[in-house]
Design a protein around this ligand. Structure first.
Ligand code: MRU
Length: 347
């Protein structure tokens, strides 16, 4: 990932190795603030309150939080308590459970005094692997983008994406954005339609920030604009990330993804989902079985951003509001899954 012209990662250990350093995504793009987490309590707050977010990134943060807990108390009871505390921070993304299970498997058979170090090393490896998985997703997506661009070589390839499935949501590259960055770097002319992604505006705030940092041409659109653009032939493919893909191939992702998939199907626009194996949940049969996070109504009724007096919050409605944070796109609407193993018709 490129941040202010420098290559870096979205999460790393602190300089002394006893904590994790993350970007405070609540402040982006207005301020670039790195936050250091030194306890599982802090890691839990950072995930729940969305200082950090995105399925793989939640898993990475939780893995480090687990190691921090074991630094303090490596007993069986403390291990179980830390696992439960971190697991309950957010319900939908399966990467959270995957990462905690990986750390648990690595440390549980060990003597308590060996657990913390093993947990730190497993968390480091989870981060390294995530970056590699996303790079591989990017390579396979790049081959797909070359084919799509070859159909209309006279104009830029137009990709529409929803939410932020970029490097802020992973350790590096992103999932949906990895092919975009690789295509841009390979000289394929590419332009991205960025859904603003109400209510938290991950597209307008985070994806647009990433693309600006990488120099990728993009345009932010309202969440309602994509259907018209598809109808007018201005979208060559929709590419989104996901929080969980179930055994039958259903795709859970940020609220609004399903409507994009419906519009894509109606207009013959291919709809791709980018994911690493860590987001596949073979233990959940269909999307109907996924717990959908319901977040605070204030995310709908209030808007925060820079005003004349600094960062300000304004109210956009006085009525009651509901805020389901994810939806499910049925497998039948998915053209393909861009994975580290290739682009698959079926998962
Ligand atoms: O609520 P968020 O911002 O954590 O939701 C994130 C998404 O829905 C992403 O699209 C998904 O996690 C994929 S991240 C590679």
């Amino acid at each position: 990932m490129i941040l202010e012209g420098q290559p870096t990662r979205s999460i790393m250990r602190t300089a002394d190795g006893t904590g994790a350093r993350i970007l405070d995504q609540r402040k982006l793009p207005w301020e670039i603030v790195w936050v250091e987490l030194f306890s599982s309590d802090e890691a839990a707050v950072a995930i729940r309150e969305m200082w950090t977010r995105g399925a793989p990134m939640i898993g990475a943060t939780a893995a480090y939080g687990f190691a921090m807990a074991l630094d303090v108390d490596p007993s069986d009871s403390a291990l179980n308590a830390a696992y439960d505390q971190l697991l309950e921070t957010r319900p939908t993304a399966i990467n959270l459970r995957w990462a905690l299970d990986e750390v648990r498997k690595a440390v549980e058979p060990l003597a308590p005094e060996a657990r913390a170090e093993a947990a730190w090393l497993r968390a480091d490896a989870i981060c390294d692997e995530d970056a590699e998985l996303c790079r591989a997703i990017g390579e396979h997506g790049l081959a797909l983008f070359r084919e799509l661009h070859a159909k209309h070589p006279d104009r830029p390839l137009n990709i529409l994406t929803h939410c932020n499935a970029g490097w802020l949501a992973t350790v590096d590259y992103g999932t949906a954005t990895a092919p975009i960055y690789l295509a841009h770097d390979a000289g394929i002319p590419i332009h991205v339609w960025v859904d603003e992604t109400r209510p938290r505006n991950q597209g307008a705030l985070l994806t647009a920030f990433e693309l600006r940092n990488h120099g990728v041409p993009h345009t932010v659109i309202t969440d309602n604009a994509g259907g018209l653009l598809m109808m007018k032939g201005q979208v060559d493919a929709v590419v989104v990330g996901t929080d969980r893909v179930t055994a039958n191939g259903d795709v859970c992702n940020k609220i609004g993804t399903y409507l994009k998939a419906l519009a894509a199907a109606d207009n013959g626009v291919p709809f791709y989902v980018a994911l690493p194996y860590t987001t596949f949940d073979p233990n959940t049969a269909t999307g109907a079985d996924i717990p959908i996070e319901e977040r605070s109504a204030e995310e709908v009724t209030l808007l925060t951003g820079p005003g004349p007096n600094g960062i300000e919050t304004i109210r956009v409605t006085d009525s009651p509001a509901a805020n389901p944070a994810f939806d499910v796109t049925p497998a039948r609407l998915v053209t393909g899954y861009i994975t580290e193993r290739g682009v698959l018709d079926r998962i």
